[in-house]
Design a protein around this ligand. Structure first.
Ligand code: CAA
Length: 283
């Protein structure tokens, strides 16, 4: 099945990155959000990030202009009806995602594939509440989307091979690499990454090291591009905590217990870069 039009639900950090890479690869993109400000900010971010690629000679000005022209925005979710593939990248709350799919369903073409960029919610459960569980899967990008090479493709229990192959073809067309994961809590990347971040917070909590020494140890000692606490701030401490809770609840193992210090930061509203305060102070 030929995919030409991609609907992106949510124009935040992930949604605008997804729109960026899809438009650059030649797909027509329909992007929606609930606020015009969010859509305007997303277009400005995409423009800035494409411009950076032009200034570094990664793409031509013509390619940038063509990509921008392929992105249409709308405040009306159901305008995404003509899409061949929907990538939902809305708030990481199951009820929000469910409501989006429910509202979209009556407007979709029979062949439309539904996907979610969720970092940890069960694909099988989201799929089961739609009319097409066999055409539903996880399409999980890493942040920052234009830079990171990986897309995790997660099959729900009912996902069919045709859907998987259609999504794989999209990943290849945007020049990224797919890693195939089964639908268990937090899939592959976050199953491994979040316990490491959580352990870094425990290392801080127990006074084994301070923020600087922990991050430097992992940057210089393990060749990670960012230290784990800096990365936690980058991802968002609320997101890290939510994923630890999914692991803890879903796998019922105390090794996934969120560090109390992580919980305390989130309760304080210190969520990392997005609130200007996390393990680091960005003010
Ligand atoms: N958007 C677009 N491009 C960006 C960008 C952004 N937000 N940030 C950086 N870039 C680009 C730069 O333009 C630059 O491009 P070129 O190499 O083509 O010139 C490149 O990325 C490197 O940028 P910088 O030199 O400015 O900065 P850096 O070398 O410090 O790299 C980084 C920045 C790529 C973010 C790097 O620090 C990194 O890889 N960090 C780890 C990121 C990571 O682990 N992400 C996964 C998080 S987990 C996740 O996303 C899953 C989940 O569900 C939570």
């Amino acid at each position: 099945m030929e995919i030409q039009t991609i609907g992106v639900v949510g124009a935040g950090q992930m949604g605008n990155g997804i729109a960026h890479v899809m438009a650059l690869a030649g797909y027509d993109v329909l992007m929606t959000d609930i606020s015009q400000d969010a859509l305007d900010a997303a277009l400005a971010t995409i423009d800035k990030n494409l411009e950076r690629q032009v200034s570094r000679d990664k793409i031509s000005q013509d390619k940038k202009d063509a990509a921008m022209a392929r992105i249409k925005t709308t405040l009306t979710l159901t305008d995404l009806g003509p899409s061949d593939l929907i990538i939902e990248a809305a708030t990481e709350r199951e009820t929000v995602k469910q409501a989006i799919f429910e509202d979209l369903l009556p407007h979709l073409k029979p062949h439309t594939i539904l996907t979610s960029n969720t970092s940890s919610i069960s694909i099988t459960r989201l799929a089961s509440r739609t009319d097409r569980p066999e055409k539903f899967m996880g399409f999980h990008f890493m942040n920052p989307v234009p830079v990171m090479q990986l897309v995790e493709l997660i099959r729900g229990i009912a996902t069919d091979q045709e859907t998987y192959e259609a999504c794989l073809a999209v990943v290849e067309k945007i020049g990224k690499t797919a890693s195939s994961a089964e639908d268990f809590p937090a899939f592959i990347v976050n199953r491994i990454l979040m316990p490491m971040i959580n352990e870094a917070v425990y290392t801080l909590y127990e006074g084994v090291g301070n923020v600087k020494s922990i991050d430097e140890a992992m940057k210089l000692g393990a060749n990670h591009p960012m230290g784990p606490l800096e990365l936690a701030d980058f991802i968002g401490l609320d997101t890290c905590l939510a994923i630890m809770n999914v692991l803890h609840d879903g796998l019922a193992d105390t090794k996934y217990r969120p560090c109390p210090l992580l919980t305390k930061y989130v309760e304080a509203g210190w969520l990392g870069r997005k609130t200007q305060r996390g393990f680091y102070d960005y003010r």
